[in-house]
Design a protein around this ligand. Structure first.
Ligand code: JFZ
Length: 436
């Protein structure tokens, strides 16, 4: 890659070792909760509704006027996240619609001026911190409400007329320099008024050769990242700023809604896949494509088995709670995690020389030298072959109850594990192999 041929430009002078140390908790914790919450929870048909339907600020105003999250109790959110085994959280402090869940001096378009009448980000921070969950902020680079934000292919006002003339008319009086200052001001508020912030998730860049995208020059990305590093030296920042030759200044890659098969490509990088329960990030009432319990587990296990993180999204309702479908999904994860989370935390891909048995996925804890075999299909003949494992295993047990599993040598190199006829009561049982 180009980064091995040419030195990439750095922001600050952190060594690789220092960077690894800064990110240690994140690479060990593996599992986080994304929360997309904003005015778009009311139309409840995707957080991009303003853009997709080309709605003006005036047409969107009713959602600001009606916003009244009477069931918002972030302590409940935090307890649900914790029970599901999520160790960090990232909340949309502002999404593309431009509405701010936090108190800010730089716009009136904020929760304090709705019927909520308060800073909702503050309550989120306090509640999650109290549960011992690391606290992250998502902040949208796009802003479909700000008067200085110029037209681009995603802007709601360009949906009806895409001509150069329409762009020119709509851009009159808009000034991205002022919008850049607005972002810096708001990010400064977010990173100075709420104590230590663990993650900043900036979203997103879409540079286009036709000038109808936005990227580093629009955001002032390099300067912005310098400011962020100055305000919160320990913070972890995603890679969606379009940093150009400074791209190593970002901390992790963000494969979005990719399949489990595609995650193998990220092995060896520092990454987090972000995934929804149902397709939309914001609360979507009529969506019918909810992932099954097993699909969600597969995403988590496959992420760890390729050395990455999973951040799983909940879109709370406009009243401020996780709906029944989300709650059920989290509950089912919490049951599995309660018994099996040792195969997730502090784990990564298996070392070389350990073949993946049929219909399974491996994770490995390098500190405890334990290898975890996740049984996606329970062997119907009660036998699991571990090819090439002979001489490498000291003890074998199910992870969920520490019940011994008997194994014996097969051929010169292999081991055969005998499994009980009755599958443990988990969609994906886990075998724990204590290595020599
Ligand atoms: C985004 C947002 O637009 C979306 O609403 C959500 O917040 C998600 C987490 O991030 O969308 C993107 C950003 C980048 C790409 C795709 C969707 N991309 O580069 O393919």
């Amino acid at each position: 890659t180009s980064s091995s041929l040419f030195a990439q430009k750095m922001i600050g002078n952190e060594t690789q070792e220092q960077k690894q140390k800064r990110m240690e908790w994140w690479t060990q914790d593996r599992f986080g909760m994304f929360i997309h919450w904003g005015l778009y929870a009311q139309p409840a048909r995707h957080e991009w509704v303003k853009s997709v339907e080309g709605l003006s600020n005036e047409q969107y105003q009713k959602y600001f006027d009606q916003f009244n999250p009477d069931l918002f109790e972030p302590k409940k959110w935090a307890k649900q996240a914790k029970a599901a085994g999520m160790k960090y959280a990232v909340l949309t402090t502002k999404h593309h619609e431009g509405f701010c869940l936090f108190d800010t001096r730089f716009t009136d378009y904020k929760a304090n001026n709705t019927q909520a009448k308060r800073d909702l980000v503050k309550e989120y921070v306090d509640a999650f911190r109290a549960e011992g969950i690391k606290v992250g902020f998502y902040y949208s680079l796009l802003d479909w409400h700000h008067p200085d934000y110029t037209m681009d292919e995603n802007h709601p006002l360009t949906k009806k007329d895409k001509s150069d003339a329409a762009y020119a008319t709509l851009n009159k009086g808009r000034d991205m320099a002022k919008y850049r200052a607005y972002m810096r001001n708001q990010i400064t508020e977010l990173l100075t008024k709420y104590g230590k912030i663990d993650i900043l998730w900036l979203d997103f860049s879409f540079p286009k050769p036709n000038g109808r995208g936005k990227g580093k020059d629009d955001w002032g990305s390099v300067e912005l990242l310098k400011l962020i590093r100055k305000l919160q030296p320990g913070i972890i920042v995603d890679n969606r700023l379009d940093l150009g030759e400074y791209k190593d200044g970002a901390d992790f890659e963000t494969p979005e809604q990719v399949s489990t098969a595609e995650l193998a490509k990220y092995k060896g990088k520092t990454w987090e896949t972000c995934q929804t329960f149902s397709g939309s990030w914001g609360y979507h009432r009529d969506e019918n494509s909810w992932k099954s319990h097993k699909q969600l587990l597969d995403l988590l296990i496959t992420s760890v088995s390729n050395g990455g993180n999973l951040i799983l999204n909940v879109g709370p309702t406009a009243r401020g709670e996780f709906d029944r479908r989300a709650t059920n999904a989290l509950d089912s994860l919490s049951q599995w995690m309660h018994a099996n989370d040792k195969s997730i935390y502090n784990c990564t891909y298996a070392p070389d020389g350990y073949a993946t048995p049929e219909n399974s996925k491996l994770t490995y804890n390098p500190k405890t030298k334990r290898l975890y075999v996740h049984l996606f299909e329970y062997p119907s003949n009660g036998k699991l072959t571990l090819s090439g494992y002979n001489g490498k295993v000291k003890y074998a047990q199910f992870l969920n109850d520490s019940s011994e599993l008997i194994y014996k040598q097969a051929g010169s190199n292999d081991l055969t594990v005998t499994l009980p006829a009755r599958k443990p009561d988990f969609s994906i049982p886990v075998i724990e192999l204590i290595l020599q």
